[in-house]
Structures are given as C-alpha cells and as structure tokens.
Design a protein around this ligand. Structure first.
Ligand SMILES: [Zn+2]
Length: 316
C-alpha cells in the first residue's frame, strides 16, 4: 500500500524505522519524485500516456541482476531511474540517507553544518558536504518558471563575510513580497544594472517596491510602477504613507538576520563560491514557512529535477 505523504510518514523516526530498507526508501523516493503517481521519463517527459513505461527486469534464467528501480521508456527507448536527471544523479549515497538528509535540511530552521550531517548520517565529511550542497542547489527557485512577485515588495542587499578574501565582501540581493515569497541572487556589486536585472526577472512591473535610499535602486526601479524609499541615513526606518501603507524594508532585515545566523551559527565559514546555494536554502524554507516539515519535504523533492551539480564546479 502506498504511504500517505504526511507528517505521520515523513519524520525522522519513520524514516529511520520504516525506510532504512533501501527497497522501501526507493519506493518512497519515487512517490515523492513523481507526485502524479507514475514514473515520468526524464529524457522525453513521457509519463506513460504516449508509450508504455516498463520496469526493467533481468531476463528469465539470467544471473545478471538489473539494478532495482530501473525503468525503460517505450517512447525514447532509454532506461532511467528516479534519480536520473536530478541533483542526485550519479550519487552513490543510499536513498535512505538521501531521504534523511532532505528531511534534516528541510526542517532545520537555522541550517546544519556538513560536520553535523556527517555524524548524524554516518558518512564521510566529503559525502555529507556534497549531499547538503546538492540539496541546497535544488532549493533555488528557477526564475524562468517561478511565480513573479507582486503586490507590496521589498528589495535590499546584505554584505556577507568572505572568509577566503577578507578584503572582499560578497553580496546577497533579496526581493521579498510582504506575506509572500522571497528571491535571492548573489551579485558582484550593488549597481543599477545588477539590481535592475534581478528585479525584472523576479517581480512584476506592478509591484510596489520598497527600498532604502541606495542610489542604485532609484535607477534600477525606473521600470516599476511605484517605488517607495525609506531614508536610513536620516534614521527613517518606517514611513506611513498617505494611502495608509507603510514603507520599510523590515522583512528583508528579518530574512538577512536568519541567513546570517546560518552563516555564523551552523557553517562558521562559507566560501563566496557557494554563497548562492546557502541563500537558496534559506529562500526555500522562507517560502514554505507556513508548511509543516513533512509538507516541506513533499514540496522539495520535485524541485530536484532538471538540476545538476558537479563536485568541482569549473570556474566560470
Ligand atoms: Zn523517454
């Protein structure tokens, strides 16, 4: 019988008791990966409607064992499993541990260090580190398909410490819809072009955007219907407008303080190279903050599709 994917099923106790068996873990993983209830070919997106998808089995009498969980797509005639075409493709970590790592990252509000994940999952440090990065990478919203932010938004940026180059700070730009979702992007400098491009990709023109008095936003947000600024240098942190709305960037401040707690509390030092993935992790939990841990895991797993992460990302 198929497990109902709720908090009863998706918690650490259940994952450890019921899904430590690889066969069961794979079935649960498939259920999360394909919420439609049947496998979808990652090569041609055939869901079995166009041509049959069959389970690949060893020939009768043959001693060669076909890897469990391998399917064959009748449309493109290619084999696939639930991890093909996802951030976990070519990972050798057992699915039971991948599921636990997903749950831990989905439910840890202040994140977790690779060192702690290594101890919890009994893996090597390298495995835990890479596993966490695969998950973070998948947590990032794809701006090409993500819902555009609208209504009242705030935009701001924060300087993060660069532990490899203390003389150089790295910058996380943020656009957040009040009572809505957040989008993050690592930018090399706070220029009108950088923040403007990000705004155009993440929010609707009709969104009312609140920022501080940084001059780049003035230029960058010319395309927006309405731009409200608070003057921090004049100790103005919130301003009540005539229409009753309040201009401030306090939501951005809350987001950044969470992110910084992760950097200083859990990770201690992170490199600029990986900052975007850490920001994505906080962005995802922020965007699902009204969900339970189990619901967050259900929302997360389909996001692993169409994304890859190499161990050493080549420079540029
Ligand atoms: Zn196919």
């Amino acid at each position: 019988m198929k497990a109902k994917l709720n908090d009863e099923e998706l918690n650490l106790v259940s994952l450890a008791k019921k899904y430590s068996n690889e066969n069961r873990a794979r079935k649960l993983f498939e259920q999360l990966r394909w919420p439609g209830g049947k496998p979808v070919c990652p090569h041609c997106q055939n869901d079995g409607t166009a041509k049959t998808i069959s389970k690949l089995t060893a020939k009768a009498g043959s001693h060669s064992s076909v890897r469990k969980g391998v399917y064959f797509c009748g449309a493109c005639r290619k084999p696939f499993s639930a991890t093909v075409g996802t951030v976990f493709e070519d990972s050798h970590v057992p699915l039971s541990k991948i599921l636990m790592a997903i749950f831990i990252l989905c439910s840890s509000k202040k994140s977790i260090s690779a060192m702690q994940l290594r101890r919890m999952l009994k893996t090597t440090y390298r495995t835990a580190w890479f596993l966490a990065h695969r998950i973070r990478h998948a947590m990032g919203a794809d701006l090409k398909t993500a819902k555009l932010l609208d209504n009242t938004c705030e935009a701001d940026e924060t300087f993060m410490p660069n532990f490899e180059r203390p003389d150089k700070k790295t910058i996380v730009a943020l656009i957040v819809e009040r009572n809505g979702e957040a989008r993050t992007r690592v930018i090399p400098s706070v220029t009108a072009k950088n923040v403007g491009d990000f705004m155009a990709a993440a929010a609707r023109k009709t969104a009312i955007v609140n920022t501080d008095e940084h001059p780049s936003y003035k230029l960058a947000l010319k395309g927006q219907d309405r731009h409200q600024r608070v003057n921090h240098s004049k100790y103005e942190y919130a301003r009540k407008n005539q229409d009753g709305s309040v201009s401030h960037v306090n939501t951005c401040e809350s987001f950044f303080s969470l992110l910084k707690r992760g950097v200083f509390g859990a990770w201690h030092c992170i490199s600029a190279e990986h900052l975007a993935k850490y920001a994505s992790e906080f962005e995802f939990r922020w965007n699902t903050r009204k969900s339970t841990d189990g619901e967050r895991m259900v929302a997360f797993v389909p996001m692993i599709a169409g994304k890859r992460l190499m161990y050493r990302q080549p420079a540029n």
